[in-house]
Design a protein around this ligand. Structure first.
Ligand SMILES: Nc1ncnc2c1ncn2[C@@H]1O[C@H](COP(=O)(O)OP(=O)(O)OP(=O)(O)O)[C@@H](O)[C@H]1O
Ligand SMILES: [Mn+2]
Length: 271
């Protein structure tokens, strides 16, 4: 008579790697000497169990699917797994301990650039996430139903301020508000109708709105067809350690630039 592990054995068959998401120490130790053909990788905000192979998650994603995608993308980024590899993921979905096992295939299409953006930006990962959320929401709804564009420059704010000038009075002048506060998100959406860029600090403080960016665009190579807003976004990230998040008024896409390059392009309608 068949037993449960036989019935479910297909899930773990021919695995190239096993990813343990935030395991307890004792759980990890039980499997640390796994069969030599299979990589044992710990994925989480920190490597508390001292695993040899570790993928850092900059955020503890609530959504298990996002957590898994992100972990696999990080594993690909680090060269632990590659396109086509079977990755068995052990995660905790309902309680503290591992209670869920899934089988996923690493693929180049998972390689969206999101991992690099969160893990290697100067600003806090949570701040980058909050800015993305505002941009995506703005992209979905527009401003009073009309498409709207916006430019957020995140991190290295002092330097960004030095390479820009005000187009109008700064409504955030004396305030100490942070991206992610619900009221601030309403303000950002309201002010996005007006020209220029928002400047946001590493820790998420809104430093200014209405900034005209004046970086040198020399050597900035962005896709043809994108205009001045995107050029300014790309260029400012070449001259500073900021990350720029841009919502295009004309095609509705959200793009991110880092180091002078386009690193991510997403359609708000898919989120
Ligand atoms: N250097 C800059 N700094 C800040 N904001 C800028 C800069 N250049 C352009 N913008 C803003 O971008 C807006 C749109 O400009 P433009 O159409 O040339 O950009 P774009 O890249 O085509 O963006 P979109 O896809 O949203 O149209 C301008 O009205 C202005 O608010
Ligand atoms: Mn345009």
């Amino acid at each position: 008579m068949a037993d449960v592990s036989e019935l479910l054995g297909d899930v773990t068959e021919d695995a190239d790697a096993v990813f343990l998401f935030s395991p307890s120490g004792s759980y990890y130790d039980r499997y640390a000497d796994l069969d030599a053909d299979v990589d044992l990788v710990v994925v989480g905000p920190e490597n508390s169990v001292g695993a040899d192979e570790f993928v850092e998650l900059p955020l503890e994603f609530d959504n298990a699917r996002e957590r898994i995608r992100f972990g696999i993308e990080g594993g690909m980024e680090q060269g632990i797994v590659e396109d086509g590899d079977v990755v068995v993921c052990a995660v905790s979905m309902f309680e503290d301990g591992t209670d869920t096992v899934t089988r996923a295939r690493a693929s180049d299409s998972m390689h969206s650039g999101v991992y690099d953006l969160f893990a290697n930006s100067r600003a806090d990962p949570g701040v980058i996430r909050d800015v993305f959320e505002v941009a995506i929401e703005l992209g979905k709804k527009g401003q009073k139903g009309k498409p709207v564009g916006a430019l957020f420059v995140v991190g290295d704010a002092g330097k960004v301020m030095n390479k820009s000038r005000p187009l109008s009075y700064n409504p955030f002048e004396k305030s100490h508000v942070h991206v992610g506060d619900p009221i601030v998100n309403v303000m950002l959406k309201e002010f996005s109708r007006l020209d220029g860029a928002f400047i946001i600090s590493d820790a998420g403080k809104i430093v200014s709105a209405y900034r005209y960016l004046e970086p040198s665009a020399e050597g900035v190579d962005i896709p043809k067809g994108l205009g001045a807003r995107h050029m300014a976004a790309g260029a400012i990230t070449r001259e500073t350690n900021a990350t720029a998040v841009v919502l295009s008024e004309s095609d509705g896409l959200v793009r991110a630039f880092k180091g002078g390059e386009l690193v991510l392009e997403i359609d708000p309608e898919e989120y």
